[in-house]
Design a binder for this molecule. Structure first.
Ligand SMILES: Nc1ncnc2c1ncn2[C@@H]1O[C@H](COP(=O)(O)OP(=O)(O)O)[C@@H](O)[C@H]1O
Ligand SMILES: [Mg+2]
Length: 175
């Protein structure tokens, strides 16, 4: 299957920040797949963006790219669903979280310590509780229907490398 050629543009500050526009949900999912390919256990992806922006679509792609499948409620953690595979994905959706102190109730520290990749929707609600390094991703609506601008804002050298690799893959799509 051929991947769409999406153009990544470098954003001003901080360096190594890029934005990619997608025209369809399939393109967003495909971008997620490419990101998922680059991830390994221990990685943290923090997603921010309004309801319906495409965070869940991107996460589905990430899981596919990491070779993870199935989708089931975590037996251990509220607000977490998991995809299992060689690299498992914990999908944390904080949409229903209203007070930061509730984070203790959901065991966020324990979620971060588990094996696999952790993807967090509505990460802005717990930004101060994130580890020192993570990939911050912001998805915005544009003035075109179905178009999204997806900004990758890496925190830490590992995520700068991932972002650079993602952007390179973007410039030279694999077929
Ligand atoms: N370019 C796009 N990228 C992602 N989703 C899109 C795009 N264009 C339209 N959509 C639609 O927007 C919705 C995004 O839903 P979802 O991923 O659940 O949002 P969120 O998790 O951010 O609330 C889906 O219905 C999807 O089909
Ligand atoms: Mg969602």
């Amino acid at each position: 299957m051929s991947e769409p050629a999406l153009r990544a543009s470098r954003m001003g500050t901080p360096p190594s920040t890029y934005a990619i526009r997608t025209a369809t949900s399939e393109q967003t999912e495909s971008l997620g797949r490419r990101l998922g390919h680059l991830l390994r256990s221990g990685d943290v992806i923090a997603l921010s963006g309004d309801l319906g922006a495409g965070k869940t679509v991107l996460t589905r792609g990430i899981a596919q790219g990491a070779g993870a499948a199935g989708y089931f409620a975590s037996p251990t953690f509220t607000l977490v669903r998991e995809y299992s595979g060689p690299v498992s994905i914990a999908h944390v959706d904080l949409y229903r979280l209203d007070a930061p102190r509730q984070i203790e109730d959901i065991g966020f520290d324990e979620i971060l310590e588990r094996d696999g990749v952790v993807v967090i929707e509505w990460a802005e609600k717990i930004r101060s509780m994130l580890p020192s390094a993570y990939l911050w991703v912001e998805i915005r609506f544009t003035d075109r229907e179905n178009e999204r601008e997806i900004a990758f804002i890496p925190q830490g050298s590992r995520y700068i490398a991932i972002t650079e690799a993602l952007v390179k893959a973007d410039a030279h799509p694999r077929h």
